[in-house]
Ligand binder design. Structure first.
Ligand code: UDP
Ligand code: GLC
Length: 390
């Protein structure tokens, strides 16, 4: 069977984990694929730099302004705009065999475009459809649309699959494809690591780092609480607020560090195009999400950098880390438990080294780019329309 052509669709042009994942996927299929986004931004720049065909079909504000925390009524009110906007996607959609939506908002639009263009639609679900993240109304709406319009739902973890099914989604539609991450990107030169350490004037003191975007559910405040009583520890906070609603949280984090007299040892690095040298500059990599993480690329990236990782015990993180074997898990939001885990890794370097070593091996074999591409190819082959030969 000839290889099908694919139109990837993502509403966002910010560099979130889902977009970084799509960048790697689209790189692999670039000779027969294009990516549509609903806005311009750094993700589009990265697609262009990777020679991936891209197109911005600008969505109206009424669609872009529907956010994760918007009410169900707001989403319902946007439905006519979503339908009108789907018509704009149809002529591009007809040039491809398969439509692949990489976010919830783009899925709703692509589902309609798929019906109009008679193309199979794959939804890559990166979110956990649970109460922590979405209202019941929204969860059930997208799950129903998936049941009616999606040929397959790719999920980024077993946890995401379970939440989709609990929201009314058909489990038989789902296929798990874990994010694949290129281990080679995490081999960095000692010079690059030293540059990071020099930038923040880090000497011999222990450094712990957190690498998620700044957002309240990503829980960076829990790490500040945890190290408040550990005055020798420096904290590297890498990432920035990617979405409008999170700017206030980012400001509060900085104010908290100042108010608690920690500003000299809490370093805000902002968003970095390449976090690898920053990971290497740390003794421990920490994931602090207070709500279940759907997958958690940063956990795998910390492991690939050969660092001991502490993550919160929920969602996809529990599939990546088995506590005390390839990392440590602590209860979400429990700053005392996090403090204890940090102290224990710093006081037992042999144990920390063993966890990191095993973590690195397991991350490299389980979350390879090859496995990811194989999983996606499998899904493409299963939904591709049969080709008729004359
Ligand atoms: N990231 C980045 N620069 C930063 C902070 C994070 O490129 O300054 C990347 C990080 O390497 C990871 C992604 O952002 O690949 C975050 O993905 P994850 O799945 O951990 O969480 P998400 O933000 O998608 O919920
Ligand atoms: C989403 C999730 C994150 C996941 C990423 C890639 O952004 O929040 O947990 O790792 O998608 O699948």
């Amino acid at each position: 069977m000839p290889s099908p052509s694919i139109l990837f669709v993502d509403h966002s042009a910010a560099l979130g984990g889902a977009e970084l994942y799509l960048l790697d996927v689209a790189k692999h299929f670039r000779d027969r694929a294009a990516v549509v986004t609903f806005e311009n931004g750094p993700f589009v720049d990265r697609l262009q730099a990777a020679c991936i065909k891209s197109q911005v079909i600008a969505a109206p504000a009424s669609i872009l302004e529907v956010r994760r925390d918007s009410s169900f009524l707001r989403l319902v009110a946007a439905v006519p705009a979503l339908c009108r906007f789907a018509f704009q996607l149809v002529s591009t959609a007809r040039d491809y065999d398969i439509l692949f939506a990489n976010s919830q908002k783009s899925f709703l639009v692509t589902a309609i475009a798929g019906v109009l263009s008679r193309r199979p639609v794959i939804w890559n679900l990166h979110d956990l459809l649970t109460d922590d993240h979405f209202s019941a109304g929204k969860r059930h709406l997208v799950a129903r649309v998936a049941n009616a319009c999606a040929s397959r739902v790719i999920v980024n973890s077993e946890a995401t699959r379970k939440a989709f099914a609990s929201s009314g989604g058909r489990r038989s539609l789902t296929r798990i494809v874990y994010n694949g991450i290129d281990a080679a990107d995490f081999d960095v030169s000692p010079h690059d690591v030293q540059t990071v350490r020099n930038n923040f004037q880090l000497q011999s003191e222990p450094v712990v780092g957190v690498f998620s975007r700044l957002a309240s559910w990503k829980g960076q405040h829990v790490l500040l609480d945890a190290v408040a009583a550990l005055p020798e520890i420096h904290v590297l906070i890498v990432g920035d607020a990617l979405f409008g609603g999170d700017v206030k949280y980012a400001r509060t984090l900085r104010q908290t560090a100042e108010k608690r007299g920690m500003a000299h040892r809490v370093h805000f690095a902002g968003f970095q195009q390449n976090i690898a040298p920053y990971l290497h500059a740390c003794d421990i990599v920490i994931h602090t999400s207070t709500a279940p993480e759907p997958f958690g690329r940063v956990i795998v990236e910390g492991m690939l950098a050969g660092k001991p990782v502490i993550a919160t015990k929920a969602g996809g993180a529990r599939e990546i880390i088995t506590s005390e074997q390839n990392g440590l898990l602590v209860a979400p939001g429990d700053s005392a438990a996090l403090r204890q885990a940090i102290v224990s890794l710093l006081s037992k370097p042999d144990m920390a080294r063993a966890l990191a070593q095993r973590g690195r091996q397991e991350a490299a074999s389980r979350y390879s780019l090859e496995k990811m591409v194989e999983g996606i190819n499998h899904v493409f082959q299963s939904v591709a329309p049969p080709v008729t030969t004359a």
